[in-house]
Design a protein around this ligand. Structure first.
Ligand SMILES: C[S@@+](CC[C@H](N)C(=O)[O-])C[C@H]1O[C@@H](n2cnc3c(N)ncnc32)[C@H](O)[C@@H]1O
Length: 333
């Protein structure tokens, strides 16, 4: 099964990494067959119900039809079998390819080919065909388009309990996805604050567990998660070092967390390096081999090396002028 991911241009590497992580969670045999600016092609060895709606930094997902030189795209489109229904073709240039009039002219010419076997409907087609053009042409049938309003509608200020320390839901969702947690898996956030990461994990169908040293945060997170209809909540007050005791027998598939920066989010006066050290010990005792911990931190130099974990990916996400978050993905050895 070959899928094309139409990626957001908000970050150079994070959107592709997020899509790939979810695909690997679905099928560990996933491989890249295509990587262009703004477009990623992934092949999953078997057919799956891909969790299309999970991805935060993907605009749309398409079933791959073909890739070919642009001058044979017309012929290829003519040979494609799309099934019953009305169709629409939209063309998109990648990496600055195709200016406005060129795009419209190409859409008319190639759309005409599809029109030979189907009725064209430009407003509410049954089948939406997308052609991406760079040096080559890549075609797909749209399976899913992101509803951007849904994620924006979950902005933290709209929650019953708000604190400025929380992440934007888009970034929170991407952190959960980078953990490769499978659908229905258990995500733990041991610095849960207002619950921003757990809200996204819960809305994606994960089971959630969270803790924080501050009781007010734990209760605030509870209110926020309930606000989004979540009921099976495992939330408790705990210092990061005591989490394994509080969590007991609960199995954890991934630790995903936005660690205290020692700035706005209080640490009760403790230096963050010591807190991070306890975080690694806690994560090591809870995660099995191959499982992931995804961390957002302010200063990666303060994150200690730990023999049980290897760093597999790192990204920078600029939040505003004076705050860049460093995203670090660790795998348990
Ligand atoms: C950056 S905030 C997390 C924000 C969270 N992602 C949200 O959506 O609101 C870090 C959290 O770590 C908590 N914290 C600080 N020191 C801690 C410790 N030693 N053990 C557990 N939690 C701690 C703080 O109370 C704070 O809520």
């Amino acid at each position: 099964m070959r899928l094309l991911f139409e990626l957001s241009g908000e970050h150079p590497a994070l959107p592709a990494a997020e899509a790939e992580a979810v695909a690997v969670a679905v099928d560990s045999g996933t491989r890249r067959f295509l990587s262009e600016p703004g477009l990623l092609g992934l092949e999953l060895p078997r057919r799956h119900d891909f969790p299309l709606e999970r991805l935060a930094y993907t605009h749309a997902i398409h079933r791959h039809l073909f890739s070919c030189p642009l001058d044979v795209a017309q012929e290829m489109l003519g040979a494609v079998r799309l099934g019953e229904g009305t169709v629409r073709l939209r063309v998109k240039g990648l990496g600055g390819a195709l200016r406005g009039p060129q795009k419209v002219a190409l859409e008319r010419k190639l759309g005409g080919v599809l029109g030979e076997g189907h009725r064209i409907d430009l407003t509410r087609p049954d089948i939406r065909v997308r052609l991406f053009v760079s040096e080559k042409a890549h075609a797909g049938v749209t399976l899913f388009e992101q509803d951007k309003r849904a994620i924006e509608g979950r902005r933290p200020v709209r929650r019953p309990f708000f604190s400025p320390v929380t992440l934007h839901p888009k970034l929170a969702r991407a952190l959960v996805n980078l953990s490769r947690v499978p659908n229905g898996g258990r995500v733990l956030d041991p610095f849960c604050g207002t619950g921003g990461i757990l809200i996204e994990a819960g809305l994606m169908g994960m089971r959630v567990a969270g803790s924080d040293i501050e009781w007010t945060m734990v209760e605030g997170a509870r209110q926020n998660l309930q606000h989004y209809g979540m009921t099976d909540l495992r939330l408790f007050q705990s210092d990061i070092g005591e989490v394994p005791l509080s969590i007991g027998e609960l199995e954890v598939d991934a630790v995903v967390t936005d660690a205290p920066y020692g700035r706005a989010s209080g640490t009760r006066g403790e230096k963050v390096a010591g807190i991070y050290g306890r975080l690694f010990r806690t994560a090591s005792s809870l995660l099995g081999s191959g499982k992931r911990m995804v961390l957002a931190v302010h200063d990666p130099a303060l994150v200690p090396a730990h023999p049980d974990f290897r760093l597999v990916q790192a990204f920078e996400a600029r939040v505003h002028r004076s705050l860049t978050r460093h995203l670090m993905v660790f795998e348990k050895r």
